[in-house]
Design a protein around this ligand. Structure first.
Ligand SMILES: O=C(O)c1ccc(O)c(O)c1
Length: 282
């Protein structure tokens, strides 16, 4: 039986990928940010997940104003790094897991989550930067990846409660897959940041840390699920809404979690970086 063994949350700032690709990680600006991932890299080298369900948002690379899926799942064999304007990142292709992905798609749709099924797409920094943070710079990514793309770019994004419930449904889908697979689920994006307008550069460390506290708590997530879009926008900036994607990961872990690692660092480009590693306890 496949099982979800851990959840990871991490920001996915594009400049982090550039810092790694351009070998700047030891520079004083970047060193403290990357130091917070040392523990996680050692941990994941021991955990060796077979598959990561990677919840992220596309930034007008695979989708644009012509097509805006609220929730999409990648069922393809392979995904190439997207060209976001400076050429594709020099990272390995991402290898998919079609059998499990199609099983999850079927289970979710029958469970009344209307997923868009993607067989071909390129993946941008939203997906590749978390892989780089967790695995460094290998010749090939050491696990297969099922991309789950969420619209948090164009209003209206899904509610936090809907995201939590999608996470629960993903957990049910994984548990009903007969193959013995070690599956992790990652929620990416955030934390507080705003990239444009008069409030560009906004960071709210107090709010972010309360969110990290709530994410690490064992309960039914009521406080997290009740956070409305307007609160994310007001307190964490226009791009802080990406944090609803963390709730998909947290919902998939069940009520009881053991926090294994936590990191918070400001700034990375315009963004407050948050990172959690959680283990389900049920
Ligand atoms: O801080 C930044 O520069 C930045 C830019 C683009 C993003 O998608 C993001 O999450 C952060």
């Amino acid at each position: 039986m496949a099982r979800i063994t851990a959840g990871v949350a991490t920001s996915h700032v594009p400049a982090i990928g550039a810092a790694m690709d351009l070998k700047k990680t030891a520079e004083p600006y970047w060193q403290p940010l990357f130091a917070g991932y040392d523990w996680s890299r050692q941990w994941i080298a021991q955990e060796k997940p077979d598959v990561v369900i990677l919840v992220y948002n596309d930034h007008a690379s695979a989708f644009d104003m012509k097509i805006i899926p609220t929730f999409a799942i990648g069922c393809g064999e392979r995904y190439k790094p997207a060209d976001e304007g400076w050429g594709p990142r020099p990272v390995p292709d991402v290898i998919g897991e079609p059998d499990l992905a199609w099983h999850i798609a079927q289970s979710l749709i029958l469970d009344e989550f209307d997923m868009t099924i993607i067989n071909e797409m390129d993946v941008d920094h939203g997906l590749t930067v978390p892989l780089s943070l967790m695995f460094g710079q290998p010749d090939a990514w050491p696990c297969r990846v099922i991309p789950v793309a969420v619209n948090v770019v164009t209003y209206p994004p899904p509610s936090g409660n809907r995201c939590w419930r999608l996470g629960e449904a993903i957990a049910r889908a994984v548990e009903s897959f007969p193959e013995d697979l070690n599956v992790q689920i990652w929620g990416t994006g955030g934390m507080s940041h705003q990239l444009q307008g008069p409030r560009a550069g906004l960071i709210n460390a107090e709010w972010d840390n309360r969110f990290l506290d709530l994410m690490s708590q064992s309960d039914d997530g009521e406080a997290l699920r009740a956070i409305e879009h307007i609160e994310y926008l007001r307190e964490t900036g226009s791009e802080g809404i990406e944090m609803v994607m963390w709730l998909i990961m947290r919902g998939a872990l069940g009520d009881k979690v053991r926090p294994l690692h936590r990191h918070y660092h400001v700034p990375a480009s315009n963004t407050a970086v948050g990172h959690l590693v959680l283990e389900p306890m049920d």
